[in-house]
Design a protein around this ligand. Sequence first.
Ligand SMILES: Cc1cc2nc3c(=O)[nH]c(=O)nc-3n(C[C@H](O)[C@H](O)[C@H](O)COP(=O)(O)OP(=O)(O)OC[C@H]3O[C@@H](n4cnc5c(N)ncnc54)[C@H](O)[C@@H]3O)c2cc1C
Length: 504
Amino acid sequence: MADRRIRNIVIVGGGTAGWMAASALAKVLGPGCSIRLVESEEIGIVGVGEATVPHLKLFNRVLEIDEIEFVKQTQGTFKLGIEFVDWGRLGDRYVHGFGTIGHDYGLLPFHQYWLKMFRAGKAAPIGQYSINTLAASRGKFMASATDVPANSPLANIAYAYHFDAGLYARYLRRYAEARGVKRMEGKVVNVTLRDPDGFIEAIRLQSGETLSADLFIDCSGFRGLLIEEALHTGYEDWTHWLPCDRAIAVPCENVGPPTPFTRSTAHAAGWQWRIPLQHRTGNGYVYSSGHISDDQAAATLMAHLDGRALAEPRMLRFTTGMRKKFWNKNCVALGLAGGFMEPLESTSIYLIQSGIARLINLMPDLDFSPVLIDRYNAQASFEFERIRDFLILHYCATERRDSSFWRYCSGMSIPEPLAETIALFKDSGRFFRNGEEMFAITSWIQVMFGQHIMPQHYHPAVDLVPDHDVAGLVESVRSVVAACVEAMPMHAQFIARHCAAAPP
Ligand SMILES: Cc1cc2nc3c(=O)[nH]c(=O)nc-3n(C[C@H](O)[C@H](O)[C@H](O)COP(=O)(O)OP(=O)(O)OC[C@H]3O[C@@H](n4cnc5c(N)ncnc54)[C@H](O)[C@@H]3O)c2cc1C
């Protein structure tokens, strides 16, 4: 039988998506497959995207990337979660910490026992039962310890990274080129489609050079050079649920030690991110242009920086949503070319990672079987939609009415699956993770508790456990978490000891 393997891949775009795809495919497919990546220095990369989620550790593990070296090379810091300020009400502050909260007991998750105690005035806020949340609020951090019992919270600390987006793309470029990926500098100016099936046959560069391939990966950013401009795939617009459509970004000087968390502060027409790196702090105001002018948004951002701005503010426009198909014919769109949701929960780089993993799982041969393509698109759309709903939760579960933006968000209609998730939780604190959706129960409940959605009841089975035992369980978790956090070093100390970067 003839060998029908994909032997020739062209990636268009050398931002985070392009180099992540090139690195992973080179590692997994090996030298038997030619991988070429085209990028244009003149066009450049989006240059934001500096906060991640813990899944990236798996990506690094598959690529056999050394963590310490990676953090040093990217001016990275560690991230235990996200602090949300002023979201539920003005003056509010809560942390969505990664990892677990307490531990399950019998058939029920920990928060059900906590709910009973909390309602009786006998429990602290839920964050005190999460090692991540407590450590984040104290500025502490350590990687999982290997010299403690396996059931200690210190043995399994869920964390992610903050890094410099430009340095990350360069780091991966070195990785991919060392594994045979060929980088080509130049602008793609034309795309040829094949008769009669409309597959992409070749791309032409400004230099006149033509590149053909079996599989094209579109990592060209928002414009979607292949997936949209050539293949006219179509885009689903979610602006009515997530009305922010612009961001202004600016780096500033560090003031004080880096926090081991990303901060998201709600403002009158959106929210501001704060991402601490070793050499600077990244900031940006994500806002709805229908509710504030660009000048006002820029002024708000500049008034809320820790230190001196290190560059001119830069504006980015976007339309929240996703392509109607992520994989169309012989083209797979990754990163901004596939879709975009604001970085409220740092999900975009994760979505690139999961898109790459899905492509490797469903790697076609030259026949491009439609069942593989359909499954890819169904999974990717589902994943996008559930993340979308999680983001909408932050906006619709607000008690703020102090601006036209927040009045819109608090009154807007929401997708049916999200309405059902909220109703189930409001009733008795129940939550069910849907299939392979990204965020687990602990993420959803922290945001719901953090934004004042308090269940009317706890699960009736909690009453099968004697009160004394429930109280003992809840208190033992609190004291173990507190003792573990006490033993952790400060985040800045940890970095200085293990992975301090050279000055830029
Ligand atoms: C405001 C904002 C904040 C964000 N924050 C986060 C965050 O905190 N966490 C997170 O996970 N994600 C975040 N993201 C998303 C993240 O930045 C992107 O997912 C990530 O950077 C991937 O971008 P990309 O590689 O798809 O596109 P880009 O970085 O835009 O790269 C596109 C590439 O295509 C090339 N290209 C384009 N046209 C051509 C052409 N004609 N010829 C040749 N080459 C071409 C460009 O040169 C470039 O190399 C954020 C996004 C925005 C807009």
